[in-house]
Design a protein around this ligand. Structure first.
Ligand code: SAH
Ligand code: SF4
Length: 361
């Protein structure tokens, strides 16, 4: 049975029309579900009774069940959502003084095996459907109201595709989910506050530029192809020159800056020369850099850069006129910080081909 959460506004109207209903019913259904959080068709009073009972046999609003909830000492919450008996994904809520961010997953596992990432260690099972992506935001909103009461918590203002998986290897479902996140009849978020983060899938960045309104973050992590080939192996297929060209095209066409994420790894990419190379690569651009302290993954041998090194690195970039911030680590006491999301992936260490690219560690 089709799932309501798999459709954006236009697709839902078409689906309802195919089922023999008037198109405008889609807007009523969306208001009930997204604004009233009512997923039971039987309770939607402005829908004719006969349609209500028919719809429940034609369309489901079922969501993945929640398997666990962990609350960190800093207010960060991590949920494990069960996709099936053996697989689960993770979603993280991060409240701050002026905003709250939900970090969502786009795949079960990840095939790209970046050297520093727990999700990369799990292997890859499959892409999430749009419904599975949207269910993370829908559930989080609902659950936060349950925990804190309707107006007593920081409402989700930002959504970032920085959980498990590479969103640009699940383009169609992610772009459709972005439509729903931005739609006033659904979540109504600002296009500046929904961010797709990618390790650099160049052809998909080009399509995002044309077809998706999300903001873009690039996991750059090194300005040097040799280093990047090792720590972000997809660089072997889409090296820096191609990546930066696609990024420049995005900024030129959308007039929006890009955020570059940079995980600080001791003696691997945190030296003075690394900062200078990064400044040279991004220098003339309208770019923001977000330095991420490495969150230690127990199965990996990497070490985090110390605070002084991070500050020195930041100063070099600032002096070259690049707006640079250091990401605050949140939720590491519940393994909810960047890169710590293992979820549950049945097919651990399964290696798949990404086009001709063989993901290896
Ligand atoms: N696949 C996408 C989005 C998910 S990862 C991507 O790679 O961009 C989200 C961010 O967390 C990326 O910038 C990633 O490099 C970073 N990350 C991964 N492992 C990390 C770790 N152990 N410590 C800190 N950041 C990490
Ligand atoms: Fe996948 Fe992103 Fe982790 Fe790399 S950092 S393995 S692309 S989730």
């Amino acid at each position: 049975m089709p799932n309501f959460f798999n459709y954006n506004r236009q697709e839902l109207a078409e689906l309802l029309e195919d089922l023999g209903y008037q198109k405008f019913r889609s807007e009523q259904l969306m208001r009930w579900v997204y604004h009233q959080q009512e997923t039971n068709f039987a309770k939607m009073q402005n829908i004719p009774k006969i349609m209500r009972s028919e719809l429940s046999k034609q369309l489901t609003t079922e969501l993945p069940p929640v398997q666990s909830e962990k609350v960190s000492s800093c207010g960060t919450i991590k949920w494990l959502l069960g996709i099936d008996a053996k697989n689960a994904i993770e979603t993280v809520y991060i409240p701050e003084s002026k905003r709250a961010t939900l970090c969502i997953s786009s795949q079960i596992g990840c095939a790209l095996a970046c050297q520093f990432c727990a999700t990369g260690l799990t292997g890859f099972l499959r892409n999430l459907t749009t419904a599975e992506i949207i269910s993370q935001v829908f559930y989080a909103n609902k659950r936060l109201e349950e925990i804190y009461g309707e107006n007593n918590f920081r409402k989700i203002s930002n959504v970032v595709f920085m959980g498990m998986g590479e969103p640009l290897l699940n383009e169609a479902n992610v772009f459709r989910a972005v439509d729903i996140l931005l739609d006033d009849l659904a979540f109504g978020l600002s296009k500046y506050k929904v961010t797709v983060s990618t390790s650099g899938i160049v052809p998909a960045i080009e399509r995002l530029t044309e077809n998706c309104k999300a903001a873009l973050a690039i996991s750059i992590h090194s300005a040097n192809d040799q280093t990047r080939n090792k720590i972000v192996p997809i660089n072997q297929r889409y090296p820096l020159e191609k990546l930066i060209k696609a990024c420049d095209n995005y900024t030129e066409k959308t007039k929006r800056p890009i955020t570059y994420e940079y995980v600080m790894l001791k003696k691997i990419n945190d030296q003075k020369e690394d900062a200078q190379a990064l400044a040279k690569l991004l220098g003339p651009r309208h770019a923001k850099i977000n330095l991420i302290p490495y969150n230690v993954i127990k199965d990996l041998k990497l070490e985090a850069s110390d605070q002084t090194t991070i500050q020195k690195f930041k100063e070099i970039l600032n002096k070259k006129g690049l707006i640079t911030t250091v990401r605050k680590t949140r939720g590491d006491d519940i393994s909810a910080a960047c890169g710590q999301l293992y979820g549950k992936v049945k097919e651990r260490n399964k290696k798949i081909r990404v086009n001709e690219y063989q993901a290896t560690r």
